[in-house]
Every structure is written in structure tokens, then in C-alpha cells.
Design a protein around this ligand. Structure first.
Ligand SMILES: NC(=O)C1=CN([C@@H]2O[C@H](COP(=O)(O)OP(=O)(O)OC[C@H]3O[C@@H](n4cnc5c(N)ncnc54)[C@H](OP(=O)(O)O)[C@@H]3O)[C@@H](O)[C@H]2O)C=CC1
Ligand SMILES: Nc1nc(=O)c2c([nH]1)NC[C@@H]1CN(c3ccc(C(=O)N[C@@H](CCC(=O)O)C(=O)O)cc3)C=[N+]21
Length: 294
């Protein structure tokens, strides 16, 4: 039976550390960090994520604001709000919850965010800095995975890491970070996607498998090597007859993989809470490096 990498527990520890930092800031008569979230539309999962992020802000002592738009909002209106937030000296960081409705060009929106306030780490300037191993905001989900690996002292040096999925927010940055020179990087990385034939040929040879494809229970025990470390990023709401009407399901078939793996993240309670904790970390970093706090 694999060791469970308890993201919920580690995220609570990290939030406590941030809280202590904020308490010191406030005791020194400075304003607390301020995070703003922009939510477009009323997708159930997106609303849950954003509300949880706002809850996290309260827990760590940040000021938070939520700006809601209907799903019919125009690109121009959204760009105007971003421009105001860029200029607002009371705002340290902000995020635009993805995905956005079809009429809005996601890249245009991300490009409009001041990189110094881009606590998601999605702006190409920050993505480039990440790839070049320069100091910047790391995208929250990959950053959360690295932190989890670090806190559980999982050795990544010289290991073969196979990532499934190459999205802008998870798979692609993850592949870069695992191959970086700093800890916990130094892995040999294989980035797989929907055009990769016979994915099991890759996963069976991996020391670390990171699944970020959004296909419930995709990775079965027979697809991994004995002792592999399995990180499950996937979260899909699979509809059923439970009280909530759905069950959060990862990309990993937990039951079969836990018997073969040496360590594994659960869903829920794995990567998700770590993602949120890292957003808090990036926000306090934005606050501390803000030109207005010099
Ligand atoms: N826990 C957390 O904090 C987070 C969880 N998530 C969850 O992670 C999952 C992935 O999200 P996201 O990265 O945004 O995903 P996207 O939907 O943007 O991308 C999915 C990726 O998986 C690839 N893919 C899809 N099917 C297969 C397959 N059968 N075999 C191999 N590759 C495949 C796609 O390939 P191609 O590029 O060829 O289309 C694509 O690169 C979702 O369940 C999402 O909810 C996302 C963000 C954070
Ligand atoms: N601009 C932007 N930034 C993001 O970081 C971003 C985004 N858009 N769009 C969607 C994805 C998804 N994502 C999650 C964050 C936390 C949980 C999370 O907290 N999950 C809990 C369960 C939460 C629940 O009950 O639904 C868990 O796994 O235990 C999940 C998913 C961030 N994303």
C-alpha cells in the first residue's frame, strides 16, 4: 500500500506559515496583502474553486475581492477591469478564473495582466522566466506539486518523470519545472498528450507519473511500474446518485494504483488544496515585491 501524499494536510501547514507572516505585517501597521478574483459566468466547479480561494484568503488574513461578470460579458469590458486592477495600488495580485466563454480571447486577457500582479504565473513573461530559471511566480498547480514532493522528501534527481497532458496551466509548465536544475527538479521528463501512441509504454517506465488530462480513472495499476510515485491532478465531477449529485474523480484509478505505487496523491485532498495554498504564497510574494511597499 502506497504512502498517501496528503495535500490537504500540507496545505494547512503552508497556510499557517503564511498567516504568521501576515500577522507580523499587520502588527507592523501595514495593510494586509489583497487578492482579487475575476469570475465570468456561473459554472459550478469554477464558482466552488473561486469561493474556496476567497475562504483561503480569510484564513491567511488577506483582503480579498470577487468581481463577477455574466457569461455574456464583452472582451473590452473585461480588459477595462484588468487595466483598472493593474493600476490599483491597493491590489497586489489578481486572477481571472479559466476557462472563459468563447467570445473572449483567453490569450488577450492573460497578456493584459501586469506580470507583477500575475499571481497565477500565466503571463508569457512569467512563463518565460520560469523556463529560464529566473525568480517569478510559478503557476500554482505545478508549484503545489513541487512543494508536495519537497515536503515528503521525494527524490526527483535523475528520475524519469512522465506527464500526461500539456495544458498551459498544468502539463506544460510541470514538464519544464521537473526538468529544471533546482530542487525538486533534475528529472528526465517525457511530456505525453492525446497524440502519444501507447501511453502505457511510457508510464510503465516512469519513476514519477503526473496525470493532468481530465479523464476519470484513466491511469490503471497495470500501467505503472512497481514503486512509482503517482501524482493525480485531474478533477472531474462524475454525476451519480450521491447527495451532491456528483463525485470528484481523479485521472488515477486510485484502488489499483495504490497497490503498485510507493506514494500517491488522493482526489480530493491532494493536488487541489496545494494549488490554492500556492496562490496564497504567490500573493504574499507579489505584496512583498510590490513597488508600492518599498
Ligand atoms: N487539482 C488542481 O489544482 C487542478 C486540476 N485540474 C484538473 O486537471 C485536469 C486537466 O486539466 P487541464 O490541464 O486544464 O486540461 P486541458 O483539458 O486543458 O488539457 C488536457 C490535456 O490532456 C491531454 N489528453 C486528453 N486526453 C488524453 C489521453 N487520452 N491521453 C493522453 N493525453 C490526453 C490533452 O492533449 P491535447 O493537447 O493533444 O489535446 C491536453 O494536453 C482536469 O481534470 C482539471 O479539472 C486543472 C487545474 C488545476
Ligand atoms: N486562473 C485560474 N487559475 C487556476 O488555478 C485554475 C483556473 N483558473 N481554472 C480551473 C483550475 C482548477 N483549479 C483547482 C483549484 C483547486 C481545486 C481544489 O481545491 N480541489 C479540492 C476539492 C474542491 C471541491 O470540493 O470541488 C480537492 O481536490 O481536494 C481544484 C481545482 C484551479 N484552476
Amino acid at each position: 500500500m502506497a504512502k498517501i501524499l496528503d495535500g490537504l494536510k500540507v496545505s494547512k501547514e503552508i497556510k499557517k506559515e503564511i498567516r504568521a507572516d501576515v500577522d507580523k505585517i499587520v502588527a507592523g501597521k501595514r495593510r494586509p496583502p489583497h487578492l482579487v478574483a475575476i469570475l465570468v459566468g456561473s459554472n459550478g466547479a469554477s464558482m466552488t474553486y473561486v469561493n474556496n480561494k476567497i475562504k483561503d484568503c480569510k484564513e491567511v488574513g488577506f483582503k480579498s475581492s470577487l468581481i463577477k461578470f455574466s457569461s455574456t460579458v464583452s472582451e473590452a469590458e473585461l480588459l477595462e477591469t484588468i487595466s483598472e486592477l493593474n493600476k490599483d495600488k491597493d491590489v497586489d495580485g489578481f486572477i481571472v478564473q479559466l476557462p472563459l466563454p468563447k467570445q473572449i480571447d483567453q490569450e488577450k486577457i492573460i497578456m493584459a495582466i501586469d506580470p507583477r500582479k500575475d499571481v497565477d504565473g500565466f503571463h508569457p513573461e512569467n512563463f518565460g522566466k520560469m523556463a529560464l530559471e529566473m525568480d517569478t511566480f510559478l503557476p500554482a498547480t505545478p508549484f503545489g506539486i513541487l512543494t508536495l514532493l519537497e515536503r515528503y522528501q521525494i527524490d526527483t534527481k535523475g528520475k524519469h518523470c512522465v506527464i500526461i497532458g500539456r495544458s498551459r496551466i498544468v502539463g506544460k509548465p510541470m514538464s519544464i519545472l521537473m526538468g529544471r536544475k533546482d530542487f525538486p527538479g533534475n528529472s528526465t521528463v517525457t511530456l505525453t498528450h492525446s497524440y502519444t501512441p501507447h501511453i502505457e509504454d511510457f508510464t510503465k517506465n516512469a519513476d514519477i507519473v503526473i496525470t493532468a488530462l481530465g479523464d476519470p480513472n484513466f491511469l490503471k495499476g497495470e500501467m505503472i511500474k512497481k514503486g512509482a510515485v503517482v501524482i493525480d491532478v485531474g478533477i472531474t465531477r462524475v454525476e451519480d446518485n450521491t447527495e451532491k449529485g456528483y463525485t470528484l474523480t481523479g485521472d488515477v484509478d486510485f484502488e489499483s494504483c495504490k497497490e503498485i505505487a510507493s506514494a500517491i496523491t488522493p482526489v480530493p485532498g491532494g493536488v487541489g488544496p496545494m494549488t490554492r495554498a500556492m496562490l496564497m504564497k504567490n500573493t504574499i510574494l507579489a505584496y512583498k515585491t510590490s513597488v508600492y511597499n518599498d
